[in-house]
Design a protein around this ligand. Structure first.
Ligand code: UGA
Length: 441
């Protein structure tokens, strides 16, 4: 058992902390927000993540996890301190490292014994060298500190599972001592460990995320061509997926990737390349395609309808993907303002994301249009002139073609996630447009 402190209780930090406790380590999670700390002590998670509260409650009761704002007491005698604070995107696409710097300073002031600082946050290549230097410059006590890189590969919605059953654990270290300590911490997880140097570990994170973003953008590019030549992108993807070198994941065309990772990490890597005098053409293409993709269906619908003014528009799904209440970079955030500008009366349904969305677009009149949030999906569709699908929630998938036909004023559906069967839509006489597939007109 190691004594572990975790800085930051967002997706990365809190999930890591709960999972370390679950495998038997003694964990203290540090956050600056007193209210958040008190809520977590009651077993309530500040983020919506399957299975997380269960782990928090179980391990808090067993005395293996605690939460505090008092970073000094948490850091002073920790064997390892994991940093999981945010690295938000700055206007120029680079990562904002001010939260990491603050934590590094606090660590330097607090530690009273030799300690390994492990950066889990996604940071530009070379940052961990700087963090190590920074901590050493500000150290108050005569102790040894080393920094390791241990990037996180969890996806929102399946974060706990991804953490406990990761495909691999990447550890980037510069000494045997650091490598052995980190390997020891991960030993109870029983997962494959890839041990590399720090810069390679930092790069593995970007290269992995950007490759997945590229895979999605590639399929969206192919989808757009499929539409023009009469091929079906879902069949194309299925045919490709049998090749083990391609694999069967992340081949779904749609209205583009969102979330807090792909958009940020593609821009960050492009920025790193530019800073180093290199043009990363593949990643740039992934970003450009994604930007165009997000409003593709809106543009198609605009042509078909001439105007949205005075129309009831059903919007199904607001979050960037199912299983999360996160709206960051969600396609809905690009499309809803366009619809409102055009005078649409939107009826939006999302099983968990509506509350967050209403903070950005409060219910009621908005510009020329209006927005109403409904908790019953059929109330969104009922009497609607047109329906947009932005997130493939189970509840959205469950709406049958027949129901669109029965409930809508005009059964006209734009499906950004390709969730419905074309033949079923045809049979139900629903006018249906999806991505990279034949329209039903
Ligand atoms: C992503 C990665 O999947 C994780 O491995 C990584 O650890 C994480 O970023 C991170 O860096 O923290 P996440 O952003 O939570 O995880 O979500 P994904 O499930 O990867 O989906 C991202 C976006 O891609 C979503 O908008 C989703 O709808 C879209 N997507 C995904 C597609 O459009 N098509 C696909 O085939 C797959």
């Amino acid at each position: 058992m190691d004594k572990i402190a975790v800085a930051g209780t967002g997706y990365v930090g809190l999930v890591a902390g709960a999972c370390f406790a679950e495998v038997g380590h003694q964990v203290t999670c540090v956050d600056i927000d007193e209210n958040k700390v008190n809520t977590m002590k009651q077993g309530i998670s500040p983020i919506y993540e399957d299975g997380l509260e269960e782990l928090m409650q179980k391990n808090y009761a067993a005395g293996r996890i605690d939460y505090t704002t008092d970073y000094k007491s948490a850091y002073k005698d920790a064997d390892a301190i994991f940093i999981g604070v945010g690295t938000p995107e700055q206007p120029d696409g680079s990562a904002n490292l001010s939260y990491i710097a603050t934590v590094a300073r606090q660590i330097a002031e607090s530690i009273e014994k030799d300690c390994l600082v492990v950066v889990k946050s996604t940071v530009p290549v070379g940052t961990n060298d700087k963090v190590e230097q920074f901590i050493n410059d500000f150290l108050t006590n005569d102790v040894k500190v080393e920094v390791a890189s241990n990037p996180e590969f969890l996806a929102q919605g399946s974060a706990v599972h991804d953490n406990l059953h990761a495909d691999r654990v990447i550890i980037g270290t510069e000494s045997k001592w650091a490598e052995e300590l980190l390997k020891g911490i991960y030993a109870p997880f029983n997962l494959p460990i890839v041990s590399v140097n720090r810069r390679s570990a930092e790069m593995i994170k970007y290269a992995s995320n950007d490759f997945l973003a590229l895979k999605i953008s590639y399929m969206n590019d192919i989808a757009n061509l499929c539409e023009l030549i009469g091929a079906d992108v879902q069949d194309v993807a299925r045919g490709m997926s049998f090749d083990e070198r391609i694999g069967n994941k992340f081949l779904n065309a749609g209205i583009g990737y969102g979330g807090s990772c792909f958009p940020k990490d593609t821009k960050a890597l492009e920025n790193i390349a530019t800073q180093n005098g290199y043009e990363l053409k593949t990643v740039k293409a992934a970003i450009d395609i994604n930007e165009d993709q997000k409003t593709k269906l809106y543009k198609k619908a605009s042509k078909r309808l001439i105007t949205f003014s005075g129309l009831k528009v059903a919007v199904l799904g607001l979050t960037f993907k199912p299983g999360t209440d996160d709206l960051r970079e969600a396609p809905s955030l690009e499309n809803v303002p366009l619809l409102l500008e055009q005078g649409a009366d939107i009826y939006a349904y999302d099983p968990v994301g509506a509350e967050n969305f209403a903070k950005v677009y409060p219910e009621g009149k908005n510009g020329r249009g209006s927005i109403t949030y409904v908790s019953n999906i059929e109330h969104a569709i009922e009497d609607a002139n047109v329906c947009f699908i932005f997130t493939e929630w189970g509840e959205v998938k469950a709406v049958t073609p027949k129901r669109y036909k029965e409930l809508m004023r005009t059964p006209l559906v734009y499906d950004g996630r390709n969730i419905h069967d074309i033949k079923d839509m045809e049979k139900a006489e629903v006018e249906y447009y999806s991505v990279g597939r034949k329209p039903v007109t």
